[in-house]
Every structure is written in structure tokens, then in C-alpha cells.
Design a protein around this ligand. Sequence first.
Ligand code: PDD
Length: 280
Amino acid sequence: RIAYVNGAYLPMDTAFIHIEDRANQFADAVYEVVTVYNGRFIDMDAHIDRLERSLNELHIQMPMARSAMMVVLAETARKNRATNAILYIQVSRGIVKRDHAFPVAARPCLTVTCRRFDFAAVKARAEKGIKTITTPDIRWGRCDIKSTSLLPNVLAKQAAKEQGAAEAIMLDEAGNITEGSSTNVWMVTKDGVLVTRSIDDNILPGITRAAVMTIARDFQIKIEERAFSLAEAQNAAEMFLTSSTNCAMPIIMVDTKKIGDGKPGSTTKRIVDAYWSMME
Ligand code: PDD
């Protein structure tokens, strides 16, 4: 495997960031995860748009022009012979003597890694659907920024794993679902309305979320972007989640409660299939 680190393509076991990279000391960095499916980047432009937005919100410069970054990403994928793979892109504020406030002279650091990804396994998982747990959302007030500060997400996912579940769904103080530890969450009501939380500071505006919105509109499925509670979701007809690495993934259980009849729902299946067709 080959990684891109600040201008150089290096074998993975010699690819390091500096100890005073602010990503290391402050998680002063943002990231993107982009999939490569059958040799093509999925929604790359939207991911780079979101990267630019995250950087902008934190007053970090783009490490290079967007067109140059596209070349680096394509080159990293090529050097790794990526056919079905995940690209991880990270930009930190830079390498500088430790001090909380923004350094004046730091240059942003770009690192990119690539690894193979088994889409067939994701597709197989989507046939059965996944189990989830719930956990309080203990994150900060700017979850719209895709920051590498992910401890609450790490703890949530670990809790899911320990309980034999694939994802942890996070709940705000009002008992409403914010999102999964690394996914957006959806329900289909008994009236066939597709519901997902509206974009605000408490969730990441998912690229897959946006793609599923487009699919649902094409199918003329009614969409509501609003807050919904755990109780409402557990009594919904169907649930699923979305992310670049899960695509659209049916949820069949939340804590001890089966969703619908405990199998992927029919509207969910249509959306899952349409998303896979869109990637082809
Ligand atoms: N996670 N919400 C959170 C908190 C996320 O971390 C992610 C993505 C999403 C879904 O976004 P998208 O559809 O753009 O992938 C929602 C990536 C995959 C990760 O951290 O690995």
C-alpha cells in the first residue's frame, strides 16, 4: 500500500505524520472517506465540496487547489491499484509548536491513504439487515464539521460491537435520534413517508443521505426532514442507515425492539437497490 503524505507517495510502513502535527495534539483536522467502486470514485465532487466547507468553518486553508487535489487522489488510487477501495483524506491545520490558538505560519497538511474494500460483503449484509443499539449523543455542538475528533463516535461504535450490533444510534437530550456513530439514520412511517433529521449543527450532512434524497424524489416517495424520537422510529414500518461505506443499509433491530417484521422493509429495499444501480 502507498500513502500520500505532504507531497510524497510513500510505502505505508514509512508513512508518518509529524509529532507536532496539530491533528495529533488537538485533532485540529478534518477528513473525508470516499469509496472507489469498480474503478470509479463515488460522489467525489460532493466529498471535496464538504471537505472545503469543513476547512472553511475551521479557517484552515485548502492544502492545494482543488484540481491538484483531484490529481493526488487519482494518483493515490492508481498507485494502490484501487478497483474496490476506500480513500481516506485528512487535512490538518499544520505542523507547529504546541499552542492552542491558531498558529500564524502553519501550512495545512494533506494525507491520503487507500485500502481495499469488500462491497460484496456490504451487499450481503444489506440482504439481512443489521442490528443497532442506542446511546446518548455526547458530542460537541458542531457535528456538521467532519472533524477527526471522534472519541464519542469511537465509544459509541465500541458499545455497539460489545453488544453484537453493527451501529450505535445516538440520541439527543430530547430523546430524538441525531445520527449513527458514522452514519445517517432514516425511518419509513406506516404511511410510507421517508423521514430523516434535517441538516443542522448536530449531524453530518451525509453525501449518501443526499443521494438517497434524490432517489426517493425520483420514486415520488414523500420525504420529511425533521427530528424524530427513538419511540417513533421503533414503531415505524422500516428503518435504514446511510453512509459511503454502508451505502443504504436496512436496520432490523434497535436495542431489543424489532423494526417492522424484523426483515428489511419493501421501501428500504427499493432504495438499497436503486443506490447500488446508481453506483454501477
Ligand atoms: N462516516 N454521520 C457521521 C457521523 C459520519 O461519520 C458519516 C460518514 C456519515 C455519513 O456520511 P457519508 O454518507 O457522506 O459517508 C454520517 C465515514 C464513512 C467514516 O467516518 O468512516
